[in-house]
Design a binder for this molecule. Sequence first.
Ligand code: 13P
Length: 242
Amino acid sequence: MKKLVIIGNWKMNKNLHETQEFLSDFEKEYLNNKRKINKKIEFGIAAPFTNLFLLKDKIFKSVAQNFSNFDSGAYTGEVSASMLKDLGVSMVVLGHSERRQYFNETNEVVNKKTLQAIKENITPIVCVGETLEEYEAGQTKDVIAKQLKESLAGVEDFSKVIIAYEPVWAIGTGKTATAEIAQDICSFIRENTSKKVVIQYGGSVSPSNIEELMSQKDINGALVGGASLKADSFIKLLTLNK
Ligand code: 13P
């Protein structure tokens, strides 16, 4: 089996107590299902900043959902890469469509953060994806090409980044892109970047569709929202629903 990177994106969910509960459920489920989880699957959880310290030294990667493109200083409310590294964070989700939509994150900002992540040795998971309107107007590839060009400007070594294709119309809607659509766009992303880049699909991934999506040639993992919030469902993603 090819290597897969499956990351749960918790978004703004779970307080401390709920995170502790998840971790204790997850440990039990993991031990019960360990045989079914392929060693080539790398997995992690992108938790809110306040819970990241609980994920340190666990069996999965600790992932941040955002960070500052500045090193340190007078940037009230921001969290830096080095602060996250202290907590054992090794990856960061950047340019998620919710950040682009609600917090005005542009390709330019995503690009600064991507380069900061590479400089700090944190793997950026750079999200791209078209809106429903753009999808229906047949503009998907133009939109993705622009997001890739601008968000990844200056990236030289594509083994240091992960790209997540998340069609906005498939996020939290229960509407997954068909495996064919997801494969077509992920292959387009590969052609426009590098053969060696890890490409995830995200958008209503669940235990029932993960196996088909992950078997596509150019899909190397998943970025999962809702289905990563419960330990039993997250484990089913890791066993590819076996
Ligand atoms: P859902 O899996 O809930 O559709 O969310 C996808 C997502 O936004 C992951 O980053």
